[in-house]
Design a protein around this ligand. Structure first.
Ligand code: NAD
Ligand code: SER
Length: 311
């Protein structure tokens, strides 16, 4: 490390969730085990208990651990959030304000995810970077506030509008796009899935490896190269209907069956775009996805089968 350079010390909130489980692993590989403090409201080995509603607790951890970078993943997702709108607002907005305040006081950089849920029914189905953000869910509104705070809080704060994320290491955490994770477990272990959205529901999706790489690439980019989308870049992975997902799973498990029993989450899915236009992220920090639908399905089935046989 060059003389005078401050070593990177990272705090991750919400570290036990779908993204945190994988991001912490990658950050620890990159910066060293002891340089990454994983925290969550839940208890687990290797994880410090921290509620993001506890502003003093966040500040003292940031100060005592000499934190330079915060990855703020603690949040309620869309399905859980719409069941508990007040709690969703508190955790997603007040919790973020607490984290921003600590980051500002101790000069930390901050990554805070946004979501495709910032878009509402008035958005074009192929969502541009810049358009009216009029979400119909409380969850989406909290993400719009997060993007505004990124640009107005006078700290180096960055975000990505993650699509629905597909991964095998940790369960999905109460979102509308959870069906695209649950379906693999059902296909492998039950042979059947009752899907809570219609067969023709098309949403933007992304494999976790692409999402983690995007996160690291955004945080590695020089601040000067980032423009007014810094608080929430559109990033596209791929886009498919549930019917197309089932068809791709059939390449591995031809006997798999799926029924469609839409619930309230259909409304949230219908209010979001089908696909994402990500030209700004490509231009400003070189974003490029690697996983298409068939490759995601191949990886999910291979990894779930391997993890089952080794457990
Ligand atoms: P998740 O639900 O899997 O994990 C969130 C974690 O936050 C959980 O471990 C939970 O215990 C923790 N948490 C909840 N309340 C807390 C509190 N008060 N204090 C501390 N921790 C608390 O969510 P995720 O999928 O890992 O999402 C992380 C971030 O990415 C969120 O901001 C989410 O909105 C965003 N995002 C996720 C997706 C996706 O598909 N997973 C898509 C778009 C955006
Ligand atoms: N995947 C998330 C959800 O469905 C989108 O932010 O809530």
């Amino acid at each position: 490390m060059p003389m005078g350079t401050v070593p990177t010390r990272i705090l991750v909130t919400g570290a036990l969730g779908q993204i945190g489980t994988e991001l912490v692993e990658v950050l620890r590989d990159k910066y060293g085990e002891k340089s990454v403090i994983a925290t969550d409201i839940r208890e687990a080995n290797g994880c410090t208990q921290l509620d993001v509603m506890d502003a003093e607790g966040i500040e003292s951890l940031v100060q005592n651990e000499e934190i330079t970078d915060i990855y703020h993943l603690a949040a309620l997702l869309s399905a859980t959030g719409e069941k508990n709108p007040d709690l969703c607002w508190s955790i997603n907005v007040d919790g973020l304000v607490n984290v921003i305040s600590a980051a500002k006081k101790y000069g930390c950089r901050l990554f805070s995810p946004s979501s495709i849920a910032v878009f509402g029914p008035d958005c074009p189905k192929h969502a541009p970077q810049v358009t009216g953000l009029n979400p119909s869910t409380v969850y989406g509104k909290t993400k719009v506030v997060g993007e505004h705070l990124a640009m107005s809080s006078e700290i180096d704060m960055r975000g990505l509008r993650y699509p629905g994320l597909i991964s095998w290491k940790a369960p999905a955490g109460g979102g509308t796009t959870d069906y695209a994770v649950e379906i693999f477990h059902a296909a492998l272990y039950e042979g059947h899935y009752n899907c809570f959205v219609r067969e023709d529901t098309r949403l933007p999706m992304m494999y976790m490896d692409d999402a983690i790489r995007a996160t690291l690439e955004l945080m590695e980019a020089s601040l000067d190269s980032l423009g007014t989308s810094r608080g929430g870049y559109n990033i596209a992975g791929c886009s498919f209907t549930v019917g197309e997902l089932v068809e791709s799973i059939h390449r591995h498990i031809p006997e798999f069956t799926c029924s469609f029993i839409p619930d309230i989450r259909q409304n949230y899915a219908d209010s979001w775009p089908d696909s994402i236009e990500d030209i700004v992220a490509r231009k400003e920090w070189g974003w490029m996805p690697e996983f298409n639908l068939d490759r995601i399905v191949d990886e999910m089935i291979l990894n779930l089968r391997n993890s089952q046989s080794s457990s």
